[in-house]
Design a protein around this ligand. Structure first.
Ligand SMILES: *Cc1c(COP(=O)(O)O)cnc(C)c1O
Length: 395
């Protein structure tokens, strides 16, 4: 059996025809930029996130850049963010001229460690940019109160977390601005690049809209330098077909995650993701990420096994990579999100971070493995994945 990490094959057999019709409708309309599909999506997405405004844009990365620019964040400013994320989070901060200040993550939920944020705040700090990584909600109550206390802003990176809720509120509606990606593998995927910015603040919404169209509040009148970052009508039409199905897909992802946890619990070589759900939280499970402990190099720190020096050079072989290879041999395709922490990427050499600066982030990068998860993953496929893991760990 072959189990892909992610596939659209089954989704397309269910809604492929509707998607074709939606695209064809746009093509025949001759309206490719703006128009009714874009307006409809922005309105329904704002409703889904529970905010007053959603502004479509070109990608999740652009959403972050637009949010930072709208809050006047730029040169000489610092933004607190995790190093355990997709590169775009920090890249957006740097591309507006500001400096990312990386704070370590909590190894139990892989998210920005709230307890470490305050010590990282300086007079230059303008915002906190938490990432609801893998679909798990960051403790927004604490982040918002920290931000208020220190007079700084909060931008939520919701790229992996459409459908996630913190304390009964959808992410993207809690901080000052929320940034979403509709990259095809996200919980709500377009047929190409697409993204959106959410906010309740009418002035911010207006500014984001203008920045996304060349800083142009009215035609050929430019108040500032902006971008060309619009949501295409074709992508909006695709998203309009998919948005009404999102809740069902999230429910399926939750069932799959629960099943993985039940099937995998008790294996001493693995640490499973904490369910991240208290009464009023929703984890949307964009990824199901396990940690594989390396018994040959382990050292117990607060019950978590920490691997030394793993980020200097990627090790030739460790328990995680061995498991990944064995699974692949069985046809089970897994992915490592993310193998190298952002603070140790060559592109960030100039910031001067060193190995061991962010120990939890560095251990996670050497231990994490994302198992196949997508709404249509069958019980049979999941049992095959789990059996292959059990077999591989025994060998
Ligand atoms: C995907 C992703 C982004 C960027 O989104 P794109 O639409 O690919 O530009 C940003 N942050 C995180 C955490 C992501 O996973």
């Amino acid at each position: 059996m072959q189990v892909p990490p992610f596939t659209l094959e089954k989704q397309l057999s269910e809604i492929g025809q509707d998607l074709d019709e939606a695209v064809s409708r746009v093509v025949k309309s001759g309206i490719y930029i703006g128009g009714s599909e874009v307006l409809k999506f922005e309105q329904s997405f704002a409703d889904a996130v529970g905010v007053s405004f959603a502004i479509g844009c070109n990608s999740g990365t652009d959403a972050l850049v637009l949010a930072l620019r709208a809050l006047n964040i730029g040169p000489m400013d610092e933004v607190i963010t995790p190093s355990f994320s997709f590169f775009a989070t920090a890249e957006a901060i740097s591309n507006v001229g500001a400096t990312p200040v990386f704070v370590d993550v909590d190894p139990t939920n892989y998210l920005l460690d709230i307890e470490l944020i305050e010590a990282a705040i300086t007079p230059l700090t303008k915002a906190i940019l938490p990432v609801h990584l893998f679909g798990c909600p960051v403790n927004m109550t604490k982040i918002v109160s920290l931000a208020k206390k220190n007079g700084i802003k909060v931008i939520e990176d919701c790229a992996q977390a459409v459908g996630t809720q913190w304390d009964g509120k959808p992410v993207g509606s809690i901080g000052d601005i929320g940034c979403f990606s509709f990259f095809p593998t996200k919980n709500l995927g377009a047929a190409g690049d697409a993204g959106a910015v959410t906010t309740n603040d009418p002035e911010l919404a207006e500014r984001i809209r203008e920045l996304a169209i060349h800083g142009m509040p009215r035609r050929y009148f430019h108040t500032e330098l902006g971008y060309n970052s619009r949501l295409d009508a074709v992508q909006a039409a695709i998203l309009n077909v998919k948005l009404p199905i999102l809740d069902k897909w999230i429910t399926q992802r939750k069932e799959i995650a629960k099943r993985y946890i039940n099937l995998l619990k008790g294996l001493s070589d693995l640490a499973l993701p904490s369910f991240c759900e208290k009464n009023n939280d929703i984890h949307s499970w964009n990824q199901f990420v396990i940690r594989v402990k390396d018994c040959s190099k382990e050292e117990k720190v607060k019950g978590i096994k920490k691997i030394e020096n793993i980020c200097k050079d990627l090790p030739e072989s460790d328990a995680r990579d061995t498991l990944k290879d064995r699974l692949l041999h069985d046809g089970v395709n897994t992915i490592i999100y993310y193998p190298i922490p952002i603070h140790l990427q060559p592109a960030y050499k100039k910031l001067g971070y060193k190995v061991n600066n962010l120990p939890n982030t560095e251990s996670l990068c050497s231990q994490v493995l994302s198992l196949p998860i997508f709404p249509e993953l069958t019980l049979e496929e999941q049992e095959y994945v789990v059996n292959s893991i059990k077999k591989s760990l025994k060998d």
